[in-house]
Unconditional design. Structure first.
Length: 318
């Protein structure tokens, strides 16, 4: 069975687009489509349906695609372990982080790097998402910690942490409390930021995926910090991860969809052929285990790095 065809199918499944999958792999769309077609012919089933709304798995595809994911993950583990055994040890993990990543999660990353079987130092670079993705592709970074807003199917992924999303709406009636349904926010004018940290992508995808119009304020805030301030001044409404809200206010309410909390997820992304592959797998596993104990802040703006996270930022690797 052609491994490249399996990877192409996985990429289409994650991006929900043949053209986006082809761009990610650096091949033409016909080449990728032909690879998927050959795989379907070999399996004897159709994996995807195309429609104006995008690409979706068929009933057979929904059953087989997770098996393809597991098979490729096992294959990548063989490759990374072989590279680990034959590559010289290095002392650093170079991690790129989005500005949305909080200090408490960074502290967990330092703890994870120093808790490895072969402890390593962690070198951080905070930058916009496009710059981080380019640095990962160019081999300047080993792993990214970013909002889960772009598939990047040519890379390995591991969800690290999720947190609730809140809406700050100056039009909320005083005394109104409790969660607000996503459908009830469609009439607000939302302030957006440049699409660099992942927050604007998350907001637009959320409304699009739920077939809701996204009304936007004609201006633009420079960062999510300004977004918070402007929303409180009454300029417009804003969506923010709960940890990025500076203070609790009556017009700041949890956002729900069908009664379930809307959450933003953060993921680790790293290359399949990185010589540190085995260490990176161990690293992101430790990081996810540590992050699950963080939990959401009890109140907006109430979260600060824990003492353990602060100690991790200061302590050298042994």
């Amino acid at each position: 069975m052609n491994i490249e065809g399996l990877r192409y199918a996985q990429a289409v499944s994650r991006t929900k687009s043949f053209s986006a999958a082809a761009r990610d792999y650096g091949v033409t769309q016909p080449a990728l489509s032909n690879g998927v077609a050959r795989l379907e012919a070999e399996l004897g089933i159709k994996l995807f349906d195309r429609s104006p709304r995008g690409v979706t798995p068929t009933a057979h595809g929904a059953h087989v695609l997770p098996i393809i994911d597991r098979a490729l993950e096992a294959l990548d583990s063989v490759t990374t372990e072989a590279r680990r055994l034959t590559s010289p040890a290095v002392g650093l993990i170079r991690m790129g982080v989005s500005p949305l990543i909080g200090a408490d999660l960074v502290g967990c990353a330092f703890n994870a790097a120093r808790g490895l079987s072969h402890p390593r130092d962690l070198v951080l670079r905070e930058a916009d998402l496009d710059l981080l993705r380019t640095a990962l592709k160019d081999g300047e970074l080993d792993v990214l910690l970013v909002p889960e807003v772009e598939p990047m199917p040519a890379y390995r992924h591991h969800t690290i942490f999720t947190e609730p999303v809140v809406v700050i709406d100056p039009a909320v009636t005083p005394g109104t409390e409790g969660p607000v349904e996503l459908t009830d926010t469609a009439g607000a004018d939302f302030i957006l930021v440049p699409d660099t940290c992942g927050l604007t992508t998350f907001t637009t995808q959320l409304f699009r995926d739920n077939d809701l119009p996204l009304r936007t304020y004609p201006g633009e805030a420079a960062s999510y910090r300004v977004l918070d301030e402007w929303a409180r001044l009454g300029v417009g409404a804003a969506l923010l991860p709960q940890s990025k809200v500076t203070q609790k206010a009556a017009n700041c309410r949890p956002l729900v969809r069908g009664g379930a909390p809307v959450v933003m997820s953060y993921e680790a992304v790293w290359g399949r052929d990185n010589p540190l592959g085995a260490d990176l797998e161990e690293f992101v596993g430790f990081l996810a285990d540590s992050a699950c104990h963080l939990g959401p802040d009890p109140e907006p703006g109430g979260g600060t790095p824990s003492q353990a996270a602060g100690a991790a930022l200061r302590a050298p690797a042994e």
